[in-house]
Write a protein that binds this ligand. Structure first.
Ligand code: PMP
Length: 429
C-alpha cells in the first residue's frame, strides 16, 4: 500500500468513508473497554495467590534478626527484605529502605522532604528557593508530572530518543540553571515508550556537571524485572556510575512489587547513598513508627529470594507476551507502511507508545472513547498534559483479555485511519 500522503483526494475520501462505516458498526456494539492504566490482569494477580498463605495462623512471624513482624518498629524495613531489593537493584542492603506498598508514595515523600528540609549537599530547602525546576524526559509517566505540578515545581520537557533522554539538552540545562534540581527517569522499559537507557546515557547522567550542588536523579526503576524477552535489556547500574564519577549522592532509585505480586498490596523500596538515607531516616522516624513488616515477610517467604522473583516474572511474561505481540501484529497490519503512525516495540514493561501524525492524538482518543475504548488521556504523557505535537498515545496491553485487547486495538487503528484521512483531506482543500 502507498503512503497515504501520496494518494489523491478521491482515493483518500474512499478510504475515509469506508472506515467510517466500520467505525459505526463498532459503535453499535456498545463496547466498554478500559485501557487507560497499566494494571495487571486477574490471571497475573492469581500468580501470587500463594502470597496469602505465605504466613499462616500459628506460624512464627519473626524476621531473621528476631524482630516480631506483628509489632511496631523496624523503621526502614526487615533485613531480609532489604537484601532482596538490594539484589534486584544491584546495590548494598544498607543502601535500601523498604517501605509500604507504593513506590510512588516514596517518590512523593522524597520530594516533599526536599522541599521542606533540603537534601545533603544543598544549602537550603528546595521550597525556599525562588524557583525549583525538574527535567521531564517526555513522553513520560503522568504521575511523576502530577507530583511536580502539585508542588509548584516547574517542568522542562526534554526529548526522548531511542536510548534515553536527549543528553545534549539535559547537560546544557543542568549546567546553566541552578534552579534545575532534578530529573525524572524511568530507565528500563520506560513508561510509555518501553525503551531502556543506553550505557552512554547512564554515564552522562552520572557524570554531568550540574550548577545545583544538590541536584538529584529520580531513577524510577519500576520495570527492573519486567522482561518479556529471553534476552532482556541490560541497564547499566547507575549507583556504580555515580560513585565512579565522584557523585555518590546524586541518585534516588525506586521500585516496587506492584506489578510482581499485587498492585494494591505489594512492597516498595528505595535505594540511595548512606548519606542520603541517613537524612531520610530522620524525617521518616517522625512520619511513621514503621512499615507493614508482615507484608515484607510474606513477600520474602513467597519468593524465597531474587531468583524466585525472576522465575515468577517469567510467568508474568507468558501472560503478557501474547498481548504485546497481538498489539504489534495489528498495528503493523492496519497502520504499517502508510506513513500515518509509528510505534515502539518494547522488550518489557507495561506500555508502548503509538505516535500518530502531528495534531491527531486528541481526536483519536476522543473517537475511540465514543466507540467504548477508554485510553489514557491524550497529552497525559507530557508535563501539564500538553503534548506539543499532539501525537502520543499510551497503549497499555496488560489488563484486557486477548479478545478484548484485539477489538480495542482494531478500533484504535480504525480511529487513527479515519482521523489521518480527514487530516490529509483537509490539507488538500
Ligand atoms: N512508576 C512507574 C514508571 C509506573 O509506571 C508505575 C505504575 N504505573 C508506578 C511507578 C507506580 O508504582 P507503585 O505502585 O509502586 O506506586
Amino acid at each position: 500500500m502507498n503512503e497515504w500522503s501520496r494518494l489523491d483526494a478521491a482515493e483518500l475520501n474512499e478510504i475515509y468513508v469506508e472506515q467510517l462505516e466500520q467505525y459505526k458498526a463498532y459503535q453499535d456494539r456498545k463496547l466498554r473497554l478500559d485501557m487507560s492504566r497499566g494494571k495487571p490482569c486477574p490471571e497475573q494477580l492469581d500468580l501470587s495467590a500463594g502470597m496469602l498463605d505465605a504466613i499462616r495462623a500459628g506460624e512464627p512471624v519473626t524476621a531473621e534478626d528476631g524482630t516480631d513482624a506483628r509489632n511496631y518498629g523496624g523503621l526502614d524495613g526487615l533485613p531480609e527484605a532489604k537484601r532482596l531489593f538490594a539484589d534486584l537493584l544491584g546495590v548494598q542492603p544498607d543502601e535500601v529502605i523498604v517501605g509500604g506498598s507504593s513506590s510512588l508514595t516514596m517518590m512523593y515523600d522524597t520530594i516533599v522532604r526536599a522541599m521542606l528540609f533540603g537534601v545533603p549537599g544543598g544549602d537550603k530547602p528546595w521550597g525556599k528557593e525562588a524557583a525549583v525546576k525538574f527535567l521531564c524526559p517526555s513522553p513520560g509517566y503522568d504521575r511523576h508530572f502530577a507530583i511536580c505540578e502539585q508542588l509548584g515545581i516547574e517542568m522542562i520537557v526534554v526529548d526522548m530518543k531511542e536510548d534515553g533522554p536527549d543528553m545534549d539538552q539535559v547537560e546544557r540545562l543542568v549546567a546553566e540553571d541552578a534552579a534545575v534540581k532534578g530529573i525524572w527517569c524511568v530507565p528500563k522499559y520506560s513508561n510509555p515508550d518501553g525503551i531502556t537507557y543506553s550505557d552512554v546515557v547512564v554515564d552522562r547522567l552520572a557524570g554531568m556537571k550540574t550548577k545545583a550542588g544538590d541536584f538529584r536523579i529520580f531513577w524510577d526503576n519500576a520495570y527492573v524485572v519486567h522482561d518479556l524477552s529471553p534476552l532482556p535489556s541490560r541497564l547499566k547500574p547507575i549507583f556504580a556510575a555515580c560513585r565512579e564519577a565522584g557523585c555518590p549522592d546524586r541518585v534516588f532509585e525506586y521500585c516496587s512489587t506492584s506489578k510482581v505480586s499485587f498492585a494494591g498490596s505489594g512492597v516498595a523500596a528505595m535505594a540511595a547513598s548512606r548519606g542520603n538515607l541517613d537524612a531520610i531516616r530522620k524525617t521518616l522516624a517522625v512520619q511513621t513508627i514503621g512499615p507493614d513488616k508482615i507484608n515484607q515477610l510474606r513477600h520474602v517467604r513467597f519468593f524465597g529470594g531474587p531468583d524466585g522473583v525472576r522465575a515468577h516474572m517469567e510467568k508474568h511474561a507468558a501472560i503478557l507476551k501474547p498481548k504485546f505481540a497481538a498489539v504489534l501484529t495489528l498495528l503493523e497490519e492496519r497502520l504499517g507502511g502508510i506513513g500515518i503512525a509509528s510505534w515502539s516495540k518494547p522488550d518489557g514493561g507495561y506500555f508502548l507508545s503509538l505516535n500518530t501524525m502531528d495534531g491527531c492524538a486528541k481526536a483519536v482518543v476522543a473517537m475511540a472513547a465514543e466507540a467504548g475504548v477508554t485510553l489514557t488521556k491524550a497529552g497525559a504523557t507530557f508535563p501539564y498534559g500538553l503534548d506539543p505535537r499532539d501525537r502520543n498515545i499510551r497503549i497499555a496491553p496488560s489488563y484486557p483479555s486477548l479478545n478484548e485487547l484485539q477489538t480495542a486495538i482494531e478500533i484504535i487503528c480504525l480511529c487513527v485511519r479515519i482521523v489521518s484521512a480527514r487530516k490529509l483531506l483537509d490539507a488538500r482543500v
